[in-house]
Design a protein around this ligand. Structure first.
Ligand code: ZN
Ligand code: ZN
Ligand code: ZN
Length: 366
């Protein structure tokens, strides 16, 4: 496999940015095949049978993707004028996709991880013939319901705002820990920060004893996971009163930070440190659960909250008969020996340890 990126230059610029933001993870064991990302950015044609899913989300070779149908038929010109009437793009393995699979519909399906929200569309217009253009297609509502995205299932009143406020950046950010490789992002951050930012940020975070001001996790042992956040959004306003030390998880949850993703490994580090430091013990209510769990479990947590009789344990270890830790689910109820896990393989691990469980996908579909 050929790696075409000059990582020396990359790390140099990462350093200039204050070693805080990364555009993709560099996994030594599974180096990211950037060829696939290039192809995905342009769009790859796929058969519905070849579509992979992860916890109800659509995936391709370890990456989160969305699927759309470029052909808008006779309405293509209308769609270019008013994307609301176009065919929706899909972000989950929803009912509509299932129906299409069942009917064996023959269409050109394209998958992509390009997050601009602008899609190449085409069709046969009855007046002007074959038309090609671009349209900001809308997200499929069945997909939002399938994932209970931002609590979409809970009440009809909230559905409109969630649908209208949907952005691909925020959506992909929510689930970034579920995928091995994160999508490429625009890298025009040069000049976004002042030249002395790396040093300002370092001494500011040191003055906070490397502790997140939101969830209180101490990151002295993982300093790169603590950021200096600009309260007013102006990255040149570096006065102390405008800065807040935030762990990368609390940072991504801030408004206007939709392009800030967290990798699975970094999220696990933060969760492990939060647990070791006693921050996950004795949660006072569901609000605290939502503050502390990985956002990828937000939809399933909102769902289970309606029927759960007790608060879950967040990121609790489950041991087998020999006292070995076999799995650490985001949500578990030790009293009932019940946990919510990602897939069938993890259900088997639970069963072998004498626990019951459901997968995220099952709970969301109940
Ligand atoms: Zn859908
Ligand atoms: Zn935090
Ligand atoms: Zn920030």
């Amino acid at each position: 496999m050929k790696i075409r990126t000059d990582f020396g230059l990359l790390w140099q610029s990462v350093k200039q940015m204050g070693a805080e933001e990364r555009d993709f993870i560099f996994d030594m064991e599974n180096p990211q095949d950037l060829e696939i990302d290039d192809q995905l950015e342009r769009g790859i044609e796929i058969n519905l049978e070849d579509l992979e899913t992860t916890g109800g989300l659509l995936s391709y070779k370890g990456r989160q993707i969305l699927l759309y149908i470029p052909d808008q038929g006779r309405r293509v010109s209308d769609v270019i004028d008013n994307p609301e009437v176009g065919r929706k793009f899909h972000v989950a393995d929803c009912r509509t996709l299932n129906d299409m699979r069942g009917k064996g519909r023959f269409e050109r399906y394209v998958i992509t991880n390009e997050l601009s929200g602008v899609f190449k569309v085409s069709g046969q217009d009855p007046y002007s013939g074959y038309v090609e253009g671009e349209a900001a297609l809308k997200v499929c509502k069945n997909c939002l319901s399938h994932l209970n995205y931002q609590g979409y299932q809970s009440s009809p009143a909230t559905r409109g705002p969630i649908y209208k406020g949907f952005t691909l950046d925020a959506f992909f950010k929510t689930y970034s820990t579920k995928f091995r490789y994160l999508p490429k992002r625009g890298t025009n951050r040069k000049g976004a920060y002042s030249e002395d930012w790396a040093e300002i940020s370092r001494s500011f975070r040191a003055s906070k004893n490397w502790t997140c001001e939101e969830c209180l996790v101490n990151l002295g042992s993982a300093k790169n996971l603590l950021h200096s956040h600009h309260e007013d959004g102006n990255k040149h306003n570096n006065v102390t009163s405008n800065l807040r030390a935030l762990c990368i998880d609390c940072h991504r949850k801030q408004a206007m930070h939709d392009s800030m993703t967290v990798s699975r490994a970094d999220m696990d580090t933060i969760m492990r440190l939060r647990r070791e430091q006693g921050l996950l013990a004795a949660l006072a209510g569901w609000d605290e659960v939502f503050e502390l769990i990985d956002t990828a479990y937000d939809g399933v947590t909102r769902k289970i909250m309606l029927t759960a009789r007790a608060l879950p344990e967040v990121f609790g270890d489950i041991q087998n008969g020999k006292g070995e830790v076999v799995i650490t689910p985001q949500l578990s109820w030790p009293g009932q020996k019940y946990a919510i896990v990602d897939n069938e393989a993890e259900l088997e691990i639970l069963a072998a340890a004498g626990w019951r469980g459901d997968t995220v996908a099952t709970v969301l579909q109940q």
